[in-house]
Design a protein around this ligand. Structure first.
Ligand code: ACO
Length: 212
């Protein structure tokens, strides 16, 4: 088939397993294998090729596309940057069971899981994860390497800064700004802006830790 991209998946944990299932359903993708430091010969039916030191050889052999399937936001952002700098084009893993509005815009290296909804004029930054059944409503701006965990609901015009995790089932009212590299605990309801570099939990969400 013309236009098929050979893709290496970086990572082999639980998040990678979900991503591999999605990429398997993409007829434009041929999975070359995955990389991990962990022992083993295969994950989700694709070969483990070794650790990331195999990437230059794979590139020489014609694998020019990659997906970084690491759950941790900080590590994923770093590895995405390094992989792109090494010449790989980062593909998106978009479940065929996700809904993405035509007017939404997506960066690269993004995962959108089954049941996720991304509405009109929302923007999803590079390397972000919009996880299972998460809903990102109109004109939201999701920053680079964010993770919107399963079942989270973002009302319209919500901004989430670089590297932030919204834990499972987070609810956010419209117009809220959540800062960079923060964590919102599972089940929180965010009704006021949340600053950078903090952890906020509860209903309504309150800051319980600051990292600077
Ligand atoms: C497909 C997937 O698996 S995607 C993975 C998605 N992952 C998540 O959603 C994880 C989200 N993480 C959380 O909710 C975590 O509990 C965090 C990040 C909020 C807190 O973790 P830590 O920083 O380790 O804090 P710690 O566990 O010490 O808790 C601190 C306090 O906050 C409370 N707390 C922790 N999480 C929450 C929460 N979600 N809601 C309300 N209170 C909470 C604790 O009970 C504790 O209270 P105490 O001091 O009165 O005992």
């Amino acid at each position: 088939m013309t236009g098929v991209r050979k893709v290496v998946v970086i990572g082999a944990g639980g998040h990678a397993k979900v991503v591999i299932d999605i990429l398997k359903s993409d007829p434009t993708v041929c999975l070359a294998g995955c990389t991990t430091k962990a022992p083993g010969s295969e994950v989700s039916g694709i070969p483990i090729l070794g650790d990331d030191s195999v990437l230059p050889r794979l590139y020489k052999e014609g694998v020019r596309h990659a997906f970084v399937a690491i759950g941790d936001n900080w590590l994923r952002e770093k590895l995405c940057r390094q992989t792109a700098e090494a010449g790989f084009e980062l593909v998106n893993a978009i479940s065929p069971r996700a809904f993405i509005a035509e007017s939404a815009t997506l960066g690269s290296g993004i995962a959108v899981m089954a049941g996720a909804v991304i509405h009109a004029e929302a923007h999803i930054g590079d390397y972000a994860v919009i996880n299972t059944n998460a809903s990102v409503d109109h004109e939201c701006r999701i920053g680079t390497a964010c993770h919107i965990a399963p079942g989270s609901t973002l009302s319209g015009n919500v901004t989430v800064g670089t590297g932030t995790l919204l834990g499972t089932g987070t609810k956010v009212i419209d117009g809220i700004r959540i800062g960079e590299w923060s964590v919102v605990g599972a089940g929180a309801t965010v009704v006021r802006d949340i600053p950078d570099d903090c952890t906020a939990v509860g209903v309504p969400a309150r800051v319980i830790k600051r990292r600077r």
